[in-house]
Write a protein that binds this ligand. Sequence first.
Ligand SMILES: Cc1cc2nc3c(=O)[nH]c(=O)nc-3n(C[C@H](O)[C@H](O)[C@H](O)COP(=O)(O)OP(=O)(O)OC[C@H]3O[C@@H](n4cnc5c(N)ncnc54)[C@H](O)[C@@H]3O)c2cc1C
Ligand code: FES
Length: 269
Amino acid sequence: MINNIYDDEVPQVVTIKETIIETPTVKTIIFPWKITDDIHPGQFIMVWDLNTEKPMTISIIDKENNLMGITVRKAGPFTTNIYDNINKGDKIGIRGPYGHGYDLKKYKKILAVGGGSGIASLAPLTSFYDNIELISAASTKDELVFVDRFKNSDIDVYECTDDGTCGFKGFSTELAEDLINKGDYDIIIGCGPEIMSYKLYELSLKYNIDCQFALDRFMKCGLGICGQCCMDDTGVRVCVEGPVFDKEQLSQLSEFGKYRRDASGSIVK
Ligand SMILES: Cc1cc2nc3c(=O)[nH]c(=O)nc-3n(C[C@H](O)[C@H](O)[C@H](O)COP(=O)(O)OP(=O)(O)OC[C@H]3O[C@@H](n4cnc5c(N)ncnc54)[C@H](O)[C@@H]3O)c2cc1C
Ligand code: FES
């Protein structure tokens, strides 16, 4: 039989095994998926609610039980439908995984910073590496995600809230700079609001440390075809060359930290 080279490009319909309400706006969905060695933290999948398709980071990579998970924050129609209406036993379509994840093999001590739903991109690293210190940041205690999951992991987690209701009071970038001044990290990695990633990128320049950040751009095909997610001047496609970029790549991306584009291609600051 000829192998179907399009396997990754056709949604596979899966039945949801479990859902976890993480916060009043965030929900995790777990479904069966054959976890192969080429699936890495930082990659994303296209999720089809049998109506619309949207990109979502892989938040759970469970090799032992062949399970995958995504963690969705209510933002608009698609994510609200998933949060409110899609439960255990329901079916969704998945294609992927796509893009480049974090490449951390050569680093001895890693500082990871997750802000808001960006923490979903970093969470699977806890089952791949134990040389990570993780800042888990949110605006307030009730919006901190994966608190129990991180307690049960082998890594050190620093909680951080803007309003000081849990852990460090202030922005994750301030806590990151405190830790960099005390630690000897080889790399800073992160995912969250782009302003956070950009400030961490500036810290990586200031302290001469490597960095890798996951970027979020409007995606339609997820396959490198439509050009919707291209970064200005470079034509780099976030869905193919990213979503995780290293320091050298980030230095070439003129719109990083400045603006993004909506579904029509118009600039959004
Ligand atoms: C690589 C990648 C990984 C992502 N991972 C997650 C995740 O793990 N959890 C999560 O909750 N969200 C994630 N997102 C964002 C998520 O895809 C959008 O929030 C979602 O598409 C919003 O759809 P909506 O109909 O609920 O909201 P809308 O009202 O349509 O949009 C809300 C916001 O999401 C942005 N958005 C809408 N459609 C897209 C799209 N097709 N591609 C990118 N951004 C879009 C809009 O520009 C707007 O800022 C990811 C985005 C990318 C690019
Ligand atoms: S989403 Fe179509 S090229 Fe990236």
